[in-house]
Design a protein around this ligand. Structure first.
Ligand code: AMP
Length: 121
């Protein structure tokens, strides 16, 4: 598995070196809008810990970090007003997924009826 890059853009956001609109924050997670939204509601939720991907997070994070993170995802979906209307969670992991930022993150997408789950390459 790739080693964690302390200079990835989300690490820099967590350190406050790059600005973001902090929609939600607690000891486990930070949520902010995606800079290139793909839906009316497109928010990223990232754990505070240094994990490269979903694989890394699931393998190495402590149980309280995992619980705290996924509770934050649910809270953010509620806060965004998409919990009832519906939303999609996407977590790209590794090259075939086209993961761009090597800090684990979940995309929350919603706000209208979404298209097909997978699009051709
Ligand atoms: P992924 O392809 O799953 O790694 O997604 C990375 C996401 O991060 C993309 O949707 C980008 O638009 C988003 N992104 C990159 N830089 C920023 C930033 N500074 N603030 C908010 N979103 C960003």
């Amino acid at each position: 598995m790739a080693t964690y890059d302390d200079n990835n853009i989300f690490a820099r956001i967590l350190r406050g070196e790059i600005p973001c609109q902090r929609l939600y924050e607690d000891e486990f997670a930070l949520a902010f809008p995606d800079i290139k939204p793909q839906a009316p509601c497109h928010v990223l939720v990232i754990p505070k810990g240094k994990y490269v991907s979903a694989t890394d997070f699931g393998a190495k994070a402590k149980p309280e970090e995992i619980t705290g993170f996924y509770r934050a995802v649910s809270l953010v979906a509620e806060k965004l007003g998409v919990a009832e209307s519906g939303y999609r969670l996407i977590a790209n992991a590794g090259p075939d997924s086209r993961q761009e930022v090597p800090h684990f993150h979940v995309h929350i997408l919603g706000g209208h009826r979404l298209g097909a789950m997978l699009v051709a390459p």
